[in-house]
Design a protein around this ligand. Sequence first.
Ligand SMILES: Cc1ncc(COP(=O)(O)O)c(C=O)c1O
Length: 343
Amino acid sequence: MNVHDLPTPALVIDRDLLHHNLRVMSAARPGAALRPHVKAHKCTALAAEQARGGHSSFTCATTREVLGMATAGLGDDLLLANEVVHPDLLGALAAAQDTARITLAVDSPATVEAAARAGLREVLVDVEVGLPRCGCRVEDAGRIADLARARGMEVRGVMGYEGHLMMDEDRAHQAAEVQLCVDRLLRAYHDVGGEVVSAGGTGTYQFHDRVSEVQAGSYALMDSDYARLGLPFEQACWVLGTVVSTNGQWAVADVGLKALAMDHGNPTIDAGTGGGSGGGGGDVWFFSDEHVTFAPRAAFPIVGERIRIVPAHIDPTMAKHEVAWVVRGDEVLEQWAVDLRGW
Ligand SMILES: Cc1ncc(COP(=O)(O)O)c(C=O)c1O
């Protein structure tokens, strides 16, 4: 199939650019030094590519991601880097331990108790290092680890996600702040023990020589927000749209906010082509449910032309699509299910 023939909106992944990104990250953080985060792509076929690159441990954000990875045979070492308290979800995780190694984040006596009651075998203490989200205080980490051990669970170590620093464009400032977060995480680790010190993401992976693993995800496909940091990764994913209306003043394509995440600002219309036409790019005026209205920068497109829209935030954009089309140039090579969607 040719990319021109895809019904739109279509989520497209460029295989060569994806592989470039996977290679660059694997060279920087080989094997177990990287625990790729599957929340960024929600796709077991893409995770399998990461596994072929030497990474057999993965980070997950939801129970669904853990169960899907286990079913796909990618369950060597799955970290659910989030707190879970619902007994049904915990029960499903516990049952999956027969086929996968599962480690759950805990950050309170209540989450330890819930995990123990459900029969989870391994946990990791989630430490707050500056992002006001999950994670215990540094001074509570040892006590939480002791509680977990007293309930018969293995404590594998600590994690601390410095999400508040991920998009800092002042890279020297970012590097210095990351070290302060790692200081906090290592203080907690001193009281917790284990073999895992897990942190970081695409924006900070270059500053993590004191942790055992980095949890980066977006690097594989990238988005326009991360592009601002000048990282050595290429934009490997976009949403293909079709111009459905044009009047000489503006043009409208069939890709709206139901096909693109908007939380990191407007996606951009790429100057590259969407498969042989629609080149030149455009300035976005606004998105509505199923439309983008834009001012073309070069020649006015005709109805039926294709445009490429680069997501501003890759993770929630992936979650809006059931399939990704893997292409090389204009050739569609295969179709990947975005099979880790949902909770
Ligand atoms: C717990 C956790 N670890 C790591 C990441 C890093 O992901 P990315 O590399 O996509 O920024 C995230 C992203 O939100 C996260 O929530």
